[in-house]
Design a protein around this ligand. Sequence first.
Ligand code: UD1
Length: 333
Amino acid sequence: MPEPSILITGGAGYIGSHTARQLGAAGRRIVTLDNLSTGFREAVLYGDLIEGDTGDQELVSHLLRDYNVDTVLHFAAHTIVPESVEKPLKYYANNTCNTRNLLECCANAGVRHFVFSSTAAVYGIPADSPVCAEDTPTAPINPYGSSKLMSEQMIRDLGKASDMRHVILRYFNVAGSDPEGRIGQSTKNATLLIKVAAEAAVGKRDTLYIFGTDFPTPDGTGVRDYIHVEDLAMAHVDALRYLEGGGDSATLNVGYGHGYSVREVLDTVQRVHGAPLRILERERRAGDPPALIAAAERIRETLGWTPRFDDLEAIAAHSIAWERKQLESPWTE
Ligand code: UD1
């Protein structure tokens, strides 16, 4: 029997690859499962890459057995909110049905620990306050959020019916890239604010748009809790250590607990870049809440998570550095 391994689904993607890199560097045995639909082979720096779908039960059962997997970190998912509105079944198929199939394989193989990538999109538009605690009622407003919430429910139900313990991490707005520039966010047709602003800084886009200037926020633009991907990756490493130490199943927000407006983000990107960018104002984007901020205490108390990059300038600098590197030698697959 080989030594136990950690399976990372979506390990060739943005957040999965940063987590895999941290685990690999710490000497953990990992194996990545990714169908490379949005991920990149170049992002996998440690362990084997198995190409395939999380819903392929024959493949996954063999993989769990062959690598003696006792822990699964499940990142693989579609993540583009507007696309989820246009193609809901694509999101339910990959994010919900495939997760169900993966969970069944995990249950059959006796996997003990499961860490799941969920999202602040499960909160929808919070009624009273932009600060969402984990017990704020969930009310997703798009199929992306619903597809993730349904998976959360399956994981909790399976937890009650078996010995598998889990940590569900609800990400707020992820940004930035590896501070040492080895990996980063290479998603094509990006829509995320800091990603597109960094693309503009290196000349990949000529115009940036502010979607909505009439929100009930201090400067009228949307406010979000932007978290550095390196800190988010570390939350997974901490979650793993917590479960291995016997911790109870938990659902935790991952955010810093404070927000920045679109204007503040764009000001910071321009300051770090050292030159103004062309910015136009547009109508609100459908379904955008005015403000969304994590209540961020529970993860610190539960996992001892101590972020190191709660710094918008660092997030902007790392994002721009990555875009520059991609201009010189883009990832192709
Ligand atoms: C959303 C989801 C999040 C998901 C992410 C990826 C919600 C509440 N959150 O984040 O779970 O992981 O999408 O699809 O559904 N903005 C501009 N101009 C731009 C881009 C964005 O003004 O070019 C504004 C948006 O209106 C918003 C803020 O910037 O106020 C952040 O937007 P974005 O980076 O796209 O992320 P969310 O929509 O917050």
